[in-house]
Design a protein around this ligand. Sequence first.
Ligand SMILES: Cc1ncc(COP(=O)(O)O)c(C=O)c1O
Length: 395
Amino acid sequence: MTNGNRLPGATHLECTATGERVESERLVGLSPAGKPLFARYDLEALKGRFTPQAVAPRRADLWRYEEVLPVRDRSHQVALGEGWTPLIDAPRTAARLGVRRVWVKDEGQNPTGSFKARGLGMAVSRALELGARELALPSAGNAGSAAAAYGAAAGLPVHVVVPKDTPAPILEEIAALGADLQLLDGLITDCGKVVRRGVEEHGWFDLSTLKEPYRVEGKKTMGYEVFEQLGGRLPDAIVYPTGGGTGLIGMWKAFEEMERLGWIGAERPKMFTVQAAGCAPMVRAWERGEDHAETWQNATTYAAGLRVPGAVGDFLILKALRESGGGAVAVPDHVMKEWVEKLGADTGVFAAPEGGATVAAIPALMKKGLVSADDEIVLFNTGSGLKYVGMTPVD
Ligand SMILES: Cc1ncc(COP(=O)(O)O)c(C=O)c1O
């Protein structure tokens, strides 16, 4: 399969809106149509060789899926232990919720305490491989500390722009990891404008969510992992706390790849987005039956990762929800917090508010008839509660 350090990598990139092919061996951002790009692989050639059996004994991080990842040379895999997080059986939470089975994918155990390590680990590795010299991103917090960590590990400078009310532990973390940290009186969308200026004036490479093609490749590994960790099958439902939506979009992409690789058939989990009541652009668009989401005004929530008023991948999120038979629901901050505490007491996992939101979503989804008592559900706790110490619900 591989020759020394060389890996197959992607064959090309593809515009998610128009299908236009774009060359993958140079640094790129969005497609010519201004939409996210997806990496494509020669899955036909990998079929029968890149199998669950072949992957089973491999290293316990996301690089176990290296044939369907974009990095071409193993020496460019910047690794800090990202991925292969535990999938924790939560029988007491299942009983409390009145559903057959609940699993918690504990992404808080990643480097820098959140699932952002997957996407940024991949994006920084690939940026290093393609010769980027200086990296930058706007962040709600966790992506900033993950970028800082992988930039430090790769020896590349990173500029991080975050809202000034980002949780204090995350700000300290970013600074301690050696990144250039700028605080802004505004939201992640305003931070994005500062990064764009730096891109134009100083040639920074922009690592914004879905504005480069590889963060989603790191995040998609969550889909491969859930399949492997359930013993070679997928659950009935997945609940994902959605900001920019990279993880949800990534897992949906992974399932398509897995079908083409012969790992699964046409079956898919119902995909559910949960957002905060104070910032729910995807939920609103979902309820209105729209293909794109309008920007949310005056976004407020203590779940920093969900304070994302607009997403470049909105149409991809809504498409995955629709095609999977899933849906979207919003929950207030104080209910997230209640479920952080119940989940903690039931499982031993101290979840981020975003993780609490996924549990809080279940009663609402059951009421709407979107989740049934018979379902086996995977909840994504996307970060560690330790990163939010001192933050309180805004409603
Ligand atoms: C802990 C946490 N959960 C969820 C999200 C939302 O993730 P995504 O932007 O992939 O939808 C974030 C984003 O910052 C986050 O930090």
